[in-house]
Design a protein around this ligand. Structure first.
Ligand SMILES: [Mg+2]
Length: 269
């Protein structure tokens, strides 16, 4: 079996983050006096970012003063760890994480949790992992974007290369699999990203990031399709619909088989 570095996303992979938007909308409603109805607060669930919520967007567009008030509220909210501490853990996720760590055994280095959240929220996030009894809650990395997540994981993996007998690849469990596929394409197609990352020390040595992706798998959490390929980036995505034991009993052996095959053998099929 090939050696791998395992990383796991948090929002919508381990934590039910979709519940976060109505909570946030409710807080903005109070702080900014938006006069939202309970139904409107609940409907915030359909938006990814708070400034896309119609009532908040309308407020910001009223003028410079309102804009400032919104940003002040945002600062206050992001310093409030309760939003993250209150999130629900997805059913059976803890056991699923343990199975991934154990079943991939010795050759896998568990690189912990990789989240697109601000550094300011890292302590609350670590606390949440600990409260919900996830293994190694101290292994937590806050990233700026899916692209930043891939770059940081690549850096860690390439760094670990020296401890492995063969160059490892990545195994990343993440619900934003398509965003990661797109990010991988940007990272590999446009050389300037890779060059800049090397210049800033984010990518060590001259190990090509494409070579790393060729041996990597993104496990698309919550996805139903069996496997998707991003040929340009040589990155492959396999799906893990949920954390149920029956699902894991199928998916883990499938991933173990797939890990042994470099992605470029399967890109044309
Ligand atoms: Mg996520």
């Amino acid at each position: 079996m090939a050696e791998r570095v395992l990383g796991i996303d948090i929002d919508n992979t381990l934590a039910r983050a979709t519940d976060m938007m109505p909570t946030l909308a409710g807080i903005y409603n109070e702080l900014l006096n938006l006069g939202m109805t309970p139904d409107e607060i609940e409907a915030a669930r359909h938006y990814q970012r708070t400034f896309e919520i119609p009532q908040i967007r309308a407020f910001i567009q009223r003028g410079e003063d309102q804009r400032t008030l919104y940003y002040d509220a945002r600062k206050e909210i992001s310093a409030n760890p309760h939003i993250y501490l209150d999130l629900e853990s997805l059913p059976l996720a803890q056991e699923g994480v343990r199975q991934f760590i154990e079943q991939f055994g010795g050759p896998v280095f568990f690189a912990g949790y990789w989240t697109v959240r601000s550094q300011a929220n890292a302590p609350a996030t670590g606390q949440w992992l600990n409260n919900h009894r996830y293994p190694h809650p101290e292994r937590l990395t806050a990233c700026e974007s899916p692209k930043d997540k891939l770059l940081r994981l690549a850096r860690l993996t390439i760094h670990h290369n020296q401890y492995f007998t063969t160059p490892p690849g990545l195994l990343l469990i993440d619900d934003s699999a398509d965003a990661l596929g797109e990010a991988a394409i940007q990272l590999t197609l446009h050389d300037q990203f890779e060059t800049r990352a090397r210049r800033s020390g984010l990518l060590p040595g001259d190990y090509p990031i494409k070579e790393l992706f060729r041996k990597s798998l993104v496990v698309g959490f919550g996805k139903d399709e069996k496997t998707t390929v991003y040929p340009a980036a040589r990155l492959r995505i396999v799906s893990l619909p949920d954390w149920n034991p029956d699902t894991l009993a199928h998916v883990i052996p499938f991933i173990q088989t797939e890990l042994g095959k470099p992605n470029d053998n399967r890109l044309d099929t």
